[in-house]
Design a protein around this ligand. Structure first.
Ligand code: SPQ
Length: 423
């Protein structure tokens, strides 16, 4: 499906965005290996999270989905062998976290996914899980399809070469099956939803700076989980309301976990007007309403420990940078090359087609703020974050912008275009 978007004169309204993708995945997986019932409210009905539900069902877990409510009948740590090859679709979170659970099972499981998943590196999870005692056979040792042979696991100390919540979470899940404690050290803190959910389900986790220690032997007990709105989805409204003239948009009930709020810090540092109200804590996660008004932006430098806090928002930050005064430099973001698409390359090439002065670097991009884009036909590369970023670019471009393969937003935000049209 192709979609067309035109320049907007203003955006006004109060909206909410769907449930957080990272938390939705984790609630189903952790609920599945807990004891008793886990009830999830405001679950994200995106294709990625549905892939997680389907995989867990194939592993013998009873899961009922009614609207955005999910009821998981926990099986405890040990699941049933799947009769089928598990298909994770487009979801990196599903395959990498699931590998951690499967490493400790008493059977083997084969996992595969779509063309994008088959290109994404799995060695980063295979290495620590193998150190724990799992046997994993993967195409070229690094790619799906892959088979995880469950085994008795041992606790390890693992220093992660990259900050990745998926690698950390995969090891944490495997640690539940280990004979002793496991400590993981990250170069910078990545999103900590697994740590917070482990604690609320009764697992023992200690966090000391960038070191996380998990202890086996604690019973996980099913919980009620209310999933807050996804800040990665809110990011498109934050940037659009900042850029489009005469705008004021409030996004209600957004997860503002400090490991995810890099987008707010960056847009504020660029000169954006963002106010958080109604701040509260639900299921250990911070939640707030976010109000954004049109502002003039200036270019800044983004790198270091900020990167894991806004990794998925970098394509839409690049759009903001086009309309900022001066130069924006994004560095230390090589991880973008191994997402659903090579996001350094894809956002750069498509914004260039719209007339942006944006240049690819080894670990990020440089954007000269020209304050101008012209509509053109652009490609999503079947990457939901690229499609949504290009939509925001289209709201600011002269003329019409046509986004090809725009239905990929279904991965994380099926009502994305509809919600924008409401404003
Ligand atoms: O699940 P997937 O496909 O990896 O999704 C993405 C996204 O843009 O939605 C990345 F492509 O988000 C990741 C994120 O980049 C979700 C995630 C998580 O839930 O733990 C962590 C980040 O990945 P990583 O590799 O830095 O751990």
């Amino acid at each position: 499906m192709d979609i067309e978007v035109k320049k907007k004169r203003f955006l006004k309204g109060i909206i909410s965005v769907p449930g957080d993708k990272s938390i939705s995945h984790r609630a189903v997986m952790i609920g599945s290996i807990a004891e008793g019932i886990t009830e999830i409210e405001n679950f994200l009905l995106g294709e990625d999270c549905i892939s997680t539900i389907n995989c867990m069902k194939n592993l013998g877990v009873d899961i009922e989905l009614k609207g955005t409510n999910v009821k998981v009948q926990g099986k405890g740590l040990y699941l049933n062998k799947s009769e089928k090859i598990l298909d994770v679709g487009n979801s990196g979170t599903t395959i990498r976290l699931l590998m951690g659970i499967l490493a400790g099972q008493k059977f083997e499981t084969t996992l595969t996914g779509d063309d994008s998943i088959k290109r994404r590196p799995m060695g980063r999870v295979i290495t620590p899980l193998s150190m724990m005692g799992a046997k994993i056979e993967a195409r070229e040792g690094n790619f799906a399809p892959l088979t995880v042979f469950g085994n008795k696991l041992k606790g390890i100390y693992y220093k992660m070469p990259i900050a990745s919540a998926q690698v950390k979470s995969s090891i944490m899940l495997a640690s539940l099956y280990a004979d002793d404690k496991t400590t993981i050290e990250e170069p910078y803190p990545s999103r900590n939803h697994t740590e917070l959910m482990f604690s609320s389900f009764g697992a023992k986790v200690e966090v000391n700076g960038t070191k996380i220690t998990c202890y086996p032997g604690y019973k996980l007990q099913g919980q009620k989980v209310i999933v807050p709105g996804d800040i990665s989805s809110a990011a498109y409204f934050i940037v659009a309301a900042t850029l489009v003239p005469n705008s004021e948009v409030t996004i209600k009930n957004v997860n503002v976990n400090p490991t995810r709020t890099g987008i707010i810090d960056v847009i504020k540092e660029m000169g954006g007007d963002i106010v958080l109200t109604n701040e509260r804590t639900i299921n250990n996660e911070k939640v707030a309403d976010i109000t954004v008004k049109t502002s003039r932006l200036k270019g800044i430098e983004i790198g270091g420990s900020l990167i894991p806090r806004l990794i998925d928002e970098i394509p839409v930050i690049a759009v903001a940078a086009v309309f900022a005064e001066g130069k924006t430099v994004i560095k230390d973001a090589e991880e973008l090359k191994v997402k659903e698409s090579n996001r350094i390359n894809t956002i750069t090439s498509e914004l260039k087609k719209m007339g942006a002065k944006i240049f690819e670097t080894e670990d990020g991009m440089i954007i000269e703020g020209t304050g101008f884009l012209k509509g053109n036909t652009v490609e999503s590369y079947n990457d939901h974050r690229i499609a949504m970023s290009l939509w925001v670019a289209g709201l600011m471009a002269e003329g019409e912008t046509k986004i090809k393969n725009a239905e990929c937003v279904n991965i994380s935000y099926p009502d994305f275009y509809k919600t924008f049209d409401m404003l």
